[in-house]
Design a protein around this ligand. Sequence first.
Ligand SMILES: Cc1ncc(COP(=O)(O)O)c(C=O)c1O
Length: 369
Amino acid sequence: MFEIGIQLRRERGAENVFDFSLGNPEVEPPAAVIGALRRVVEENLPHTHGYMPNAGYPEVRAQLARRLAASTGLPFAAEHLIMTSGAAGAINTVLKSILDPGDEVIVLNPCFPEYRFYIENHGGRVVPVETTADFLPDPDRIAAAVTPRTKALILNSPNNPTGRLYPAGVLRELNAIVRDPLLAISDEPYRPIVYDSVTPPDTLALIDRSVLAWSWSKAMAIAGERIGYLAISPRLQEAAALANACTFAHRILGFINASAIWQRVVAIEPEATVDVSLYQAKRDRLCGALQAMGYDAPRPEGSLFVFPRTPIPDDIAFIRALQEEGILAVPGSGFGRSGYMRLSLTISAPEIERSLAGFERAIRKVLAR
Ligand SMILES: Cc1ncc(COP(=O)(O)O)c(C=O)c1O
């Protein structure tokens, strides 16, 4: 997609190319985050640039654990948290800790394609399970996919690519399935990016055997800084052993520890979030316009993505029709569900406006064929 983008820009001029394929936040980090970064740099406390315990600064973990304890009602403490290189670092760390070669991990299609590589990194076998027609986890199908080799179920809400938010009732049903030795790995980098003032249900509170892969990449628009954490539910009987394994795994995977300076920044401003209303306005404009043209484009409840049905079943063919209009989108088949496409709301509002005529021409063209 990146290469096609370069070619299209050369052919049509950059102003006539509309790149809906990227997940990189268009907005800048909140001023409070840059302020906290300045403060940490200016304080320049002695010995703050060196190695530290592999799980991260104990005082930072203790502070974040207090917040998790307050939000979940569970007795989180510093020893349940490992500061990581974003959600990707957290997921790889826990998979390295729990997987033996040939163990199975269930992912819910359509899903973030990197999960496959994370699982295979550690000798695991990917077991894709289809979601319902409206992209929610299907407890019956998941239960049927569990075998004696199943070690984990990866959940992602708000979801990339579908934008769905899993309701509390569904998470409660999953709680009945995620039994020892299974673990739910709840990947939640989009948790603060939700629309219409909804509060996302709390997976750690609703699924006993869960760990949280948290990241500030999207919340603060700092994906390049690599900061997040893995939180291990205190309800797990093996919480201490798992935390030890994860601390060791984090070290030997080469992360050593998460960014020292960014641990201090997020401890000062853990809640700072980009202005979600900007994404919501873009969601409303794009979905409203696409629906008026005849696209089946439901409004996402969260995340940075819209996941419309392609007007013809062949999503790759439709992506090509969009490219003829200078529009770059990702085919649903890249996420395990053909007949759909992912449009990222990280594109600017003026670019959305200028792209709309192309979306209209593309749907007319393919339906007239
Ligand atoms: C669903 C999902 N999980 C994990 C990640 C990785 O996030 P991080 O930058 O926190 O490692 C992404 C990034 O796009 C994502 O979309």
